[in-house]
Design a protein around this ligand. Structure first.
Ligand SMILES: *Cc1c(COP(=O)(O)O)cnc(C)c1O
Length: 460
């Protein structure tokens, strides 16, 4: 018999919203390798990063010691427009599966941008405004980051140019329309407006673009434009820091019922939502207080953790960014064009890469038809139409819950439901028409990406 004392949905009150982010690095016994300046191969200093990023986020990026970092009041006010997000007990899903497991998910799709990305967009734009910057550039793949950032730049009053991966701008014209409605400019990438874009077009005129390529264009424009900086929506330590509001809220809600998750599952593209969701739980694990099983879920067509190499690599295709030591498929890796499920980035957050390398978490990969099957099942049982990215986590949570059914274990499963799928209907149409296929790169194809790793001494 299930105990129904825990409500379907738990919302914290506004006064319970976190007023500090948690910096998981301060709890790690050893840190990830430093970013390297690609010209000198020396660790990046704040000075190296200043032409590209805002000063305050650089400080956060390089901070490995402060365990809790204040969230400025202006950002908390912005968060109050759409936070707290609900922690949902998935009673309906549990019943449909007939599992003894208790399933919880933290739903980040209740804002116009439709995903968790607004948590970092708000913070980064606030810091840019505080510094007196007048414009920002960024890249967007599926469009969620571009939308989130457009909402934040509109609110704080800063101009924004979004380099949008060309296939996405064609597949998702409505995303583009939302970004433009909030007043930002959208440039399909690769474009002829930057040297990086022109170089990629000269080599591959037919390319649909990639996140790595769009990053190169956005960074180039930011460094060539006065009073302008670049902002990134995932991967970097400060983005994970901002996303810890997800985990902090989830933990506070679960603590009310005395519930400790046994398994935490999140989809992983660049790693920001997963890094944010797990942060306070990982801090406990790192201190030996718990032994939570933490699972990253990635697409089989872009398997950076499960099949990539832990090496220094560029964060972009144009090979302009600092080098980060991370699990990567090589900055030259471009996922197959039939891949519709998002999470297309070639690398993975250096923090998560380090935690994975040190075996504090594990990773699984899933094929996209299975992901959409899980998405549809979830929509029918829990009512929410999930983003395909989020459905990677759903798929792994379903597998875990079914395993509990087989073994009779009543585990507490927490997963991150990062967003809604309203702008992914083309992919759902493909799936419903039976036209979706899986594509898993062969070892030989992965070798081509590995060949693009920078030719530097890797063991420092
Ligand atoms: C961007 C995005 C992701 C993946 O990004 P992470 O940085 O890995 O969190 C996952 N889900 C949704 C809905 C997204 O928009």
């Amino acid at each position: 018999m299930k105990n129904y004392d825990i409500p379907y949905k738990t919302y914290l009150s506004e006064s319970e919203l976190p007023d500090k982010w948690i910096n998981v690095k301060a709890f790690m016994k050893s840190q990830h390798d430093p970013f390297l300046n690609p010209a000198t191969l020396e660790p990046c200093t704040a000075e190296d990063l200043k032409p590209v990023f805002c000063d305050d986020v650089i400080k956060q990026e390089l901070d490995c010691t402060t365990p809790y970092i204040d969230i400025p009041e202006e950002i908390v006010s912005f968060y109050k427009m759409y936070r707290p997000s609900p922690l949902v007990r998935a009673y309906c899903l549990e019943k449909a599966l007939g599992t003894p497991a208790h399933i919880y998910y933290k739903f980040e799709g209740n804002n116009t941008s439709g995903s968790h990305k607004l948590n970092s967009a708000a913070a980064q734009v606030y810091y840019a405004k505080k510094q007196g910057l007048t414009s920002l550039t960024t890249e967007t793949g599926a469009g969620q980051w571009g939308t989130a950032l457009a909402m934040a730049t509109a609110y704080f009053g800063i101009d924004l140019t979004v380099y949008m991966v060309k296939v996405s701008s064609l597949q998702k014209p409505y995303r583009k329309a939302v970004i433009e409605t909030y007043g930002a400019k959208v440039v399909p990438s690769p474009s002829d407006t930057t040297a990086a874009g022109r170089a990629i077009l000269a080599k591959m005129p037919e390319t649909g673009g990639s996140l790595g390529c769009a990053i190169s264009e956005a960074v180039e424009t930011a460094t060539n434009t006065p009073n302008c900086r670049y902002v990134l929506g995932s991967v970097l330590d400060h983005v994970l820091l901002h996303q810890t509001v997800i985990g902090l809220e989830a933990k506070k809600a679960l603590d009310k019922y005395g519930v400790t998750p046994d398994v935490i599952i999140g989809c992983a593209g660049g790693g920001s939502n997963l890094g944010g969701l797990i942060a306070p739980f990982m801090a406990d694990k790192l201190q030996g207080k718990t032994d939570t099983d933490i699972v990253a879920v990635e697409p089989a067509s872009c398997p950076s953790l499960t099949r990539g190499l832990y090496k220094y690599d560029f964060c972009d295709t144009g090979r302009m960014t600092p080098l980060a030591r991370m699990y990567s498929l090589g900055s030259g890796f471009i996922p197959s064009a039939n891949h519709a499920g998002g999470l297309r980035y070639h690398g993975m957050s250096p923090i998560l890469s380090k935690l994975y390398h040190d075996k504090y978490m594990r990773a699984v990969s899933v094929e996209q038809t299975k992901v959409f099957e899980a998405a549809e099942y979830f929509a029918k049982t829990e009512g929410i139409l999930p983003a395909p990215e989020s459905a990677h986590a759903i798929k792994a949570a379903l597998d875990e819950a079914l395993e509990c059914k087989r073994t009779g274990q009543a585990k507490n499963i927490l997963f991150g439901l990062t967003g809604t799928g309203y702008f992914d209907l083309k992919a759902y149409m493909e799936y419903n028409a039976g036209n979706m296929t899986d594509y898993v790169p062969t070892d030989a194809e992965l070798q081509k990406g590995f060949a693009s790793f920078p030719d530097i001494p890797q063991n420092r």
